[in-house]
Design a protein. Structure first.
Length: 220
C-alpha cells in the first residue's frame, strides 16, 4: 500500500517509520506534518520548520506540510485536512499511518475522519507496552530531545533533555515512559530511519500557553 505517515517530528512517528519499512506490504511514500503558520513551527511540538525539513531529507521522503492558521478552529482544521486527504487519494495514496500507542479516543477519531475517504488508517505501534517501546527505541539507536512538556506532570528542567535511560529513570511516578498522555513531546535527531544524524542543540527554554518549550536549534 502506498502510505503517508503522519509525522510530528517526534520519536513515535519516527519509530513508526522504522517499523513500517520492515513491512513488505507497505510502501511509505511521504511524511505529513501540520505546522502553526503564525510561528512556523510544528503544531504541538514547537519544532522549527528547518529541523522538520532536515528530518524529511534524512528519511529520504517528500514532506507534505499543512499550514494551520493560529488560532485554528475545528472547522478550519477539518476542511484543510479533508482537502489534503482527497487530493492524496486522487493521486493514488492508499493508507495513512500514525504513531499512536494506546489512546482509544485518538484512534477512534482518526478512523472516523478517514472512514469513506479511500485511505486506510494504520497504527504500527498500537498497544506495544510503552516501557518496552521506550527501551527498544533507545537501544535501537534513536536519539531524540524533549521539545515540549506539560509542567503539570514534569518539571521544566526536563525540557531539552535527551530521551535516554537516565531520562526514563528520572521520570516521576505516573508519567508514561513515552509521554502518550501528553506529558512531553520530542524531536528526533538520529535513528535507523535516517540516513544521517542531525546536529541539534538546545536553546532558550520558554513557557507559553501553559506548556514549556525548549527551542531546539539545527547546527550546520
Amino acid at each position: 500500500m502506498k502510505t503517508l505517515l503522519s509525522w510530528s517530528s517526534g520519536k513515535d512517528s519516527a519509530w513508526a517509520l522504522h517499523v513500517l519499512r520492515a513491512d513488505p506490504s507497505v510502501e511509505v511514500v511521504g511524511l505529513v506534518t501540520t505546522v502553526n503558520a503564525a510561528f512556523d513551527r510544528v503544531a504541538m511540538h514547537g519544532v522549527r520548520r528547518n529541523i522538520l525539513e532536515a528530518q524529511a531529507a534524512a528519511a529520504g521522503l517528500p514532506l507534505h506540510v499543512i499550514d494551520l492558521p493560529w488560532p485554528c478552529s475545528n472547522e478550519v482544521y477539518a476542511k484543510l485536512m479533508g482537502d489534503f486527504v482527497a487530493a492524496q487519494v486522487a493521486g493514488g495514496i492508499e493508507a495513512m499511518a500514525f504513531g499512536d500507542l494506546f489512546l482509544e479516543d485518538i484512534r477512534a477519531y482518526r478512523e472516523e475522519k478517514l472512514a469513506g475517504t479511500g485511505l486506510k488508517p494504520l497504527f504500527p505501534l498500537w498497544q506495544i507496552p510503552t516501557a518496552q517501546l521506550a527501551r527498544d527505541m533507545i537501544a535501537g539507536g534513536l536519539r531524540t530531545y524533549i521539545a515540549t512538556l506539560d509542567p503539570r506532570h514534569l518539571d521544566k528542567s526536563f525540557a531539552g533533555r535527551v530521551f535516554d535511560d537516565r531520562f526514563l529513570a528520572d521520570l516521576p511516578p505516573g508519567v508514561d515512559p513515552c509521554g502518550e498522555n501528553g506529558e512531553f513531546h520530542t524531536c528526533v535527531a538520529a535513528g535507523p530511519m535516517f540516513s544521517r544524524a542531525l546536529s541539534i542543540e538546545t536553546g532558550e527554554v520558554v513557557e507559553r500557553d501553559g506548556f514549556v518549550f525548549a527551542d531546539l536549534l539545527l547546527k550546520a
